[in-house]
Design a protein around this ligand. Structure first.
Ligand code: FES
Length: 165
C-alpha cells in the first residue's frame, strides 16, 4: 500500500505540516507510536480524540491500539491542560520536604480533581520527577518559572500572580 497517498477525511482535524512530516518519517519504525504520541502532545499540549483519529488515518495504526498506549502511560493527557501548567516535584528530596502536601493544597485552593483543569481553564497541576534543583526542595514550576523552598502559605500568592497574567 502507498502510505504517502493517505488523505484526511473532513471532520478529523488537521495536523501542522511539521507534525505530518514527523509521522511520515516515523510510522514505519519500531516503537514509533510512542515517539509520535509524544510529538502530538508536544504540539497540542494533549492528545484529543480528533488527533488520535487523524493519527490512525495517517499511520494506519488501529485507533484501539493508539488508545491502548495513551491510557497505559500516565504521561499522555487526553484533556486540554490549563493555560498555566503547574508542576510539583515529587522527586525524593521534594517528596521528603512535603511535595505531596503542596499538590494537595494547590488542588484544594483551585478545587481541582486529579488530572483536572480549573473551571476558568487557567490551571492544571501535575506531579513531576526531579527537576534538578533539589537544594530548593520542595519545588514547584509554572511554565519556565521555578519557586523553591515552598511553604503552603505561599501558594495562594503564587496562584494569584498567574491568575492575573
Ligand atoms: S527532588 Fe525535587 S528538584 Fe530534585
Amino acid at each position: 500500500m502507498d502510505h504517502t497517498k493517505r488523505t484526511i477525511p473532513a471532520g478529523t482535524g488537521e495536523f501542522p505540516q511539521e507534525l505530518s512530516t514527523f509521522i511520515e518519517e516515523w510510522r514505519a519504525k519500531p516503537g514509533s507510536l510512542i515517539m509520535i504520541l509524544h510529538k502530538i502532545q508536544e504540539t497540542f499540549g494533549f492528545i484529543s480524540r480528533e488527533s488520535a483519529e487523524t493519527l490512525a488515518i495517517l499511520s494506519g495504526i488501529p485507533l484501539a491500539r493508539i488508545y491502548g498506549v495513551i491510557t497505559f502511560y500516565h504521561f499522555f493527557k487526553t484533556t486540554k491542560p490549563g493555560k498555566h501548567k503547574i508542576s510539583v516535584c515529587l522527586g525524593t528530596a521534594c517528596y521528603l520536604k512535603g511535595g505531596q502536601d503542596m499538590i494537595d493544597e494547590v488542588r484544594s485552593i483551585l478545587g481541582l480533581e486529579e488530572g483536572g483543569v480549573s473551571d476558568d481553564g487557567l490551571f492544571s497541576i501535575d506531579p513531576v520527577r526531579c527537576v534538578g534543583c533539589c537544594g530548593l526542595a520542595p519545588v514547584l514550576t509554572v511554565g519556565t518559572e521555578t519557586d523553591g523552598k515552598l511553604t503552603k502559605e505561599q501558594l495562594p500568592e503564587i496562584i494569584a500572580k498567574y491568575r492575573n497574567k
